[in-house]
Design a protein around this ligand. Structure first.
Ligand SMILES: [Zn+2]
Length: 471
């Protein structure tokens, strides 16, 4: 694998605006004056807009120019950054702000790649980095270039402040998260473990501060995730002319297998982390729902409640394994019977499930030996302590900054790169200090993805406060 050190390399077309502004704003301040948060919000928004303009749609990713852009901004602040590639074009960014050494490092992790965006339906170009009416628009605004922008800005604020932290703060912005992270976080963990040595905590995407109907805030921190078990089905059969079909072909076998899968529903299984999550949310509810969520396992034994609860796709995903057919491939031509037909399933398993057992079950459901079932991506589930020093610091933030909003350790139906770090014993938390409504969240992987400048400003401020209050 090529190993490129692009330390301080100036990216092509890197805008100089940030450099100049940042220098002016920070240089003008006396060491003990507090940061000018309004200005920092503006700069973070400009930085985010710049990095959105670097198209890192994955595949193919091509994250190196984005990593270089961030490295350049850090360099302008006197923070040395390193860009290294896991493969040509697959850049990862690393920087470290040294602490006094009284505690183990904390890692701030984001990813540089984004899911592709079809401009149809967007009211701005998805890679235009457009700022409009207090928002920054573009693919990655929330997932996860906006996360990387506030993490980088927090590092700069800390660098400029006169008070060093006890622990090192490590900044990582990696490639390839959206297709499983093997060329990003997975590669870093395997090939550059020295960068993570001794780290105690990691903060990344996954959950945030929810704004519910009526404006009530709930601080959710993801401590556990479902895990992917991506599967490929391959059916075989005689090839031939579509005018003279044999009774069974690769396509008919595949369709039959998918029909059986569609007819199967995984049983309800309430794992302890999910039980705790809903029990914590119960306190926010009134009436019978309060009792039902407090004792979810029992409540779900009632068929009417179970149907009602499962109608919410997110809730349903948290109480059972799910199987979602996504990719289909057969013949290229209408009159040609292919010898092979393929489907891919996006299966998601609850924490604690065994992928080997799940694959065995899938084969039983399909009940056809001529259909091959092979895993494409799978890793064991992992979780982090919901009673750690990090969680205490989040509670402190909720108390000081969010009107004592409740803090809820959550389980998320998706997955992030956290598992690579949890597997190395680093307590990893999905927490982005943005205030988001359900409507804001729907723009992630969707149309008109955006984040408000208010969120960017407050996000940097909250992240700095959180890092400062880590015990
Ligand atoms: Zn993401």
């Amino acid at each position: 694998m090529p190993h490129v050190n692009n330390l301080l390399r100036r990216p092509r077309g890197a805008p100089a605006a940030w450099l100049t502004l940042a220098t002016l704003v920070f240089a003008a301040r006396a060491p003990c004056a507090g940061p000018d948060w309004k200005q920092i919000g503006e700069e973070t928004a400009d930085l985010l807009a710049d990095v959105i303009r670097v198209d890192t749609s994955n595949p193919p990713g091509n994250e190196t120019p984005a990593a270089n852009l961030l490295a350049h901004k850090l360099a302008a602040e006197g923070i040395a950054a390193e860009v290294f590639e896991s493969a040509p074009g697959r850049g990862n960014l690393y920087a470290r702000l040294a602490g006094q050494g009284g505690a183990h490092p904390v890692i701030l992790l984001s990813h540089l790649d984004v899911v592709p965006a079809d401009p149809t339906g967007w009211h701005v170009p998805p890679f235009g980095g457009v700022r409009d009416h207090g928002y920054v628009y573009g693919r990655g605004a929330l997932d996860a270039k906006g996360v990387g922008a506030i993490q980088l800005a927090a590092l700069i604020v800390l660098k400029r402040s006169a008070i060093p932290l006890a622990r090192d703060v490590v900044l990582l912005a990696t490639a390839d998260e959206e297709t499983g992270g093997r060329a990003g976080a997975g590669w870093v963990v395997e090939h550059r473990p020295e960068l993570l040595a001794d780290a105690e905590y990691l903060v990344t995407e996954g959950d945030h501060i929810h704004v519910r109907q009526g404006g009530r805030r709930v601080v959710q921190v993801a401590v556990a995730e479902k895990t992917p078990c991506w599967v490929q089905l391959t059916a075989h059969g005689p090839s031939g002319h579509g005018s003279t079909p044999p009774p069974d072909t690769a396509v008919t076998r595949l369709v039959r297998a998918l029909g059986r899968i569609q007819g199967y529903q995984a049983p309800v299984h309430v794992v302890p982390a999910v039980e705790d999550y809903f029990a914590a949310l119960a306190a926010l509810e009134q009436g019978p729902l309060r009792g039902q969520l407090s004792h979810l396992r029992q409540a779900l034994e009632d068929a009417a409640f179970r149907d009602d609860f499962s109608r919410n796709a997110r809730q349903n995903a948290l109480i059972r394994n799910t199987i979602t057919p996504t990719v289909l491939a057969g013949s290229q031509k209408t009159n040609v019977i292919p010898a092979e037909a393929r489907a891919q399933l996006d299966c998601r398993l609850l924490p604690g499930e065994d992928p080997v057992r799940f694959l065995r079950l899938l084969r039983e459901v399909i009940d056809d030996d001529s259909v091959e079932v092979e895993p494409l991506l799978s890793f064991p589930a992992s979780s982090s302590d919901s009673n750690s020093g990090f969680m205490m610091a989040v509670s402190q933030l909720a108390h000081a900054d969010l009107g004592d909003a409740p803090v809820v350790p959550s389980v998320i139906p998706g997955f992030t790169d956290s598992h690579y770090f949890r597997a190395r014993g680093i307590a990893s938390y999905g927490f982005v200090p943005f205030l988001l409504t359900d409507d804001d969240e729907k723009t992630v992987h969707g149309l008109n993805e955006r984040v408000s400048v208010d969120n960017l400003r407050a996000g940097v401020r909250r992240l700095v406060a959180l890092l400062r209050s880590l015990p």
